[in-house]
Design a protein around this ligand. Sequence first.
Ligand SMILES: Cc1cc2nc3c(=O)[nH]c(=O)nc-3n(C[C@H](O)[C@H](O)[C@H](O)COP(=O)(O)O)c2cc1C
Length: 187
Amino acid sequence: MSEAMTTVVVVYHSGYGHTEQVARHVALGAAAVPGVVVADMPVTAPDWALLEAADAIIFGSPVYMGSVSAPFKQFMDDTSRVWLRQGWQDKLAAGFVNSGALSGDKQVALQQLQTFAGQHGMLWASFPLQPTGTGPDDLNRLGSNSGLMTQADNDDPVLTPPRGDRLTAELFGRHVAERALRWRRGA
Ligand SMILES: Cc1cc2nc3c(=O)[nH]c(=O)nc-3n(C[C@H](O)[C@H](O)[C@H](O)COP(=O)(O)O)c2cc1C
């Protein structure tokens, strides 16, 4: 990673490919911001050096039993070594959660991510995108502002989450990347 570039890392878990699709679109949106380089990685194979070098880290998890998934929680616990020396302090943080039901208790999982970022002394970026409606092609149809929420039917991850959620994910990635750029310039 170039010293001159602002780096955004998307670290996510996906058991069946749906949250991975969201992660890809988040990364796509972030990468569209000039001056920003993006890396994405599954929580099962974290690149600790890359995470350490990041200006912003975006965390993503599916909702399993009203919580972040077990592999995501394992990743959280594995960061305790970083926590001990507050290695991620003052990085920007943001989060996204994907579930099967329209609600599915996504807010709980998002709050887990937010609390996790707080434990690391990170600064949480929210998501001020006004919903355009509640249909599958709408932006922020689930009306979340504390992070990105998406919903996937029990179908092929190529088809679901729907188009509006994918576009929303791109706008979310762009939003966080733009804030990371500003935050780094001010450092
Ligand atoms: C073990 C398990 C628990 C789940 N619990 C919830 C839940 O609490 N709420 C919900 O809406 N969906 C729940 N789901 C559905 C997933 O959130 C949904 O299928 C999601 O798209 C999976 O993402 P993934 O393909 O990235 O793993 C659960 C799925 C699994 C496998």
